[in-house]
Design a protein around this ligand. Structure first.
Ligand SMILES: C[S@@+](CC[C@H](N)C(=O)[O-])C[C@H]1O[C@@H](n2cnc3c(N)ncnc32)[C@H](O)[C@@H]1O
Length: 187
């Protein structure tokens, strides 16, 4: 999928877009000392910057080099706490139990669910804030159903996690926000 995704996304990231971070990310509690977050398909890093502000060290991964260039140029004090990775999510190996927080915002790849579950440390949090299919065309979200959540899909995928937040917001752009904690005794 690398070539097609990259071809599609590089032009979209040519121009720098400031972009406000998602409220779900800015609302996160301050990071525990030394905590490591993964911002998967981070784009130009609007959420990466909010994670840095919350005190996380961040692995920011995206397939688009243009996006990561903007992220690097916007970074100041956070640069030393950010590892930018240009890679295809489908190919980049995620180490099990490596992250205290995994963030997926405006991005969905169902094939990653089990890898992402495993990539969280026991007690770590999964945060997914993206588009959901509530039965009508989504004004801003992707048209491909592979990239849009089904209603309440995540509470099934993460049913063994402690669910901290699970909401859906209808409207022209229907969105879901899901936050859950991996059990402390689960590897
Ligand atoms: C809608 S943007 C969301 C960016 C960011 N998460 C945000 O909320 O601002 C989707 C991002 O997914 C990235 N992407 C698409 N396919 C990818 C893949 N196979 N591997 C890594 N990143 C990918 C794109 O380059 C783009 O930056």
């Amino acid at each position: 999928m690398t070539i097609q995704d990259r071809t599609r996304w590089e032009p979209r990231h040519e121009a720098q877009k400031a972009g406000e971070p998602r409220a779900s990310v800015t609302r996160l509690a301050p990071a525990p000392a030394g905590a490591l977050a993964l911002d998967l398909a981070c784009g130009q890093g609007r959420n990466t910057r909010a994670l840095l502000a919350a005190g996380y060290r961040v692995v920011a991964l995206d397939i688009s080099l243009n996006a990561l260039r903007h992220l690097r140029s916007l970074e100041a004090g956070g640069a030393a706490r950010t590892l930018c990775v240009q890679a295809d999510v489908d190919c980049w190996p995620l180490r099990p139990a490596a992250f205290d927080l995994v963030v997926l915002s405006d991005f969905l790849d169902r094939r990653l669910y089990s890898t992402l579950r495993a990539a969280l440390r026991p007690g770590g949090q999964m945060l997914i804030d993206t588009f959901v299919d509530l039965g009508h065309p989504n004004a801003e979200g992707p048209s491909n159903p592979d990239h849009v959540l089904r209603p309440r899909e995540l509470s099934r995928v993460f049913r063994d996690f402690e669910i901290l937040e699970d909401s859906q917001q209808d409207g022209p752009t229907a969105r879901a926000l899901f936050r859950a904690r991996k059990p402390a005794n689960r590897r």
